[in-house]
Design a protein around this ligand. Sequence first.
Ligand SMILES: Cc1cc2nc3c(=O)[nH]c(=O)nc-3n(C[C@H](O)[C@H](O)[C@H](O)COP(=O)(O)OP(=O)(O)OC[C@H]3O[C@@H](n4cnc5c(N)ncnc54)[C@H](O)[C@@H]3O)c2cc1C
Length: 406
Amino acid sequence: MHLRSDKPYSLLRHGLGHVYPSLRKDLKAEVVIIGAGITGALVGWHLLQKGIQAVVIDRRHAGMGSTAASTSLLQYEIDTPLNELIKLVGEKNAVLSYLLCRQAIYDLHEICKQIPSKPFFNLHPSFQFASYNNDVRKMEREYLLRKRAGFNLQLLSVDDISRLFGFKKPAGLLSADGGLVDAYQLTHALLKHGQDKAMLVYDNTEVTSIGYDTKGVTLQTDWGYKIEAKELVIACGYESQTYLPKKIEKLHSTYSIISEPLFINEFWHQNALIWETANPYLYMRASADHRIVVGGKDDPFYNPARRDANLPRKMKLLEQSFGRLFPHIPFRTDFAWAGTFASTRDGLPYIGTIPERPHTWFALGFGGNGITFSLIAAQIISDVLSGKKNANSRLFDFSRTAGTKV
Ligand SMILES: Cc1cc2nc3c(=O)[nH]c(=O)nc-3n(C[C@H](O)[C@H](O)[C@H](O)COP(=O)(O)OP(=O)(O)OC[C@H]3O[C@@H](n4cnc5c(N)ncnc54)[C@H](O)[C@@H]3O)c2cc1C
């Protein structure tokens, strides 16, 4: 797949990161992970913490899939509002999914503190505004449900929004819990730290086939070597669909821009992560280097040529949308990029096994919360593979009916 356009900002900013060799010998491992994006890096790192030395393998350079394009907002608010998710998966599972995403933000913070290179992490509130008057009732219901579930959030009026953000919208939800990382930088930090301990990382090596027997899996690579392992983790991002018998993902195109640095420390209230109720939604955030990232204007198709050709027009639309909210901020686009992303019908990830592929775990964090889902996948899979019980191991598995249609 052609996952993204050429120059996402994180990639320009951090360059190649660390360089890993391609695999030029046969290997035996306890666990092999296909995919050295944020998901594979988190799974590998978690396994290492539990004493399991994994091999991570990628056909691209590490982090160069969707991870390099990520705008890296960390929000517990899943793309499906809690009140709708309850209808799809029941109240207990819906609330638990939200709570796990909230915990994932703080767990990522702890991980960033533990890694010697100290990858970037900041906590910020998350602010969702009602795009239309019609959304206000739904937002009030959402507020009550989330309050009942124990979330720390405020329902903001037109005047509150005007005071804190300087624009007028009919209502808004200000959640205390949210964060920011740089997914590409974090991926390299995790892989490098893992490699310094005992993890093996190979990039520029494609897995061309997977064989199964009672003892485990055998992967063949494009260089003609094989990896035998007891367990396999598929962390191939949106390319994982090829390993599944049923379609679970819907592909979209999305667009992002980043401003030139603006020497302002606080653009709006606590530099909250801003998004809205409209679907597709516009979102924005501040960056560590005093820029503003704006994203959205999604298209419901996977066609990389059309997606990338749309970029100049989408850039203008994103600038206009930003300018309508913040006419006093002199936003000038420095870089723009486009990417593909996948959603599921209920907005939840797929983490689990399927009978067709024994000894294999899928770590598929789809949707706008890909990174928090990757962390949850890493926790569940590393627990199960190290023989520890994980109470949430069934929550996102393939048996849930809602996910089979997209
Ligand atoms: C523009 C954009 C903005 C986003 N913004 C956010 C955001 O604000 N917050 C958020 O949480 N999420 C966001 N996401 C989603 C998030 O970036 C993704 O969920 C995440 O990067 C997926 O990581 P991954 O490791 O699963 O996949 P990838 O980064 O794509 O990594 C998978 C890797 O598997 C490798 N691979 C695949 N098949 C094979 C094979 N056969 N052999 C060897 N290697 C293989 C690929 O080369 C790839 O490097 C955004 C996505 C995009 C595109």
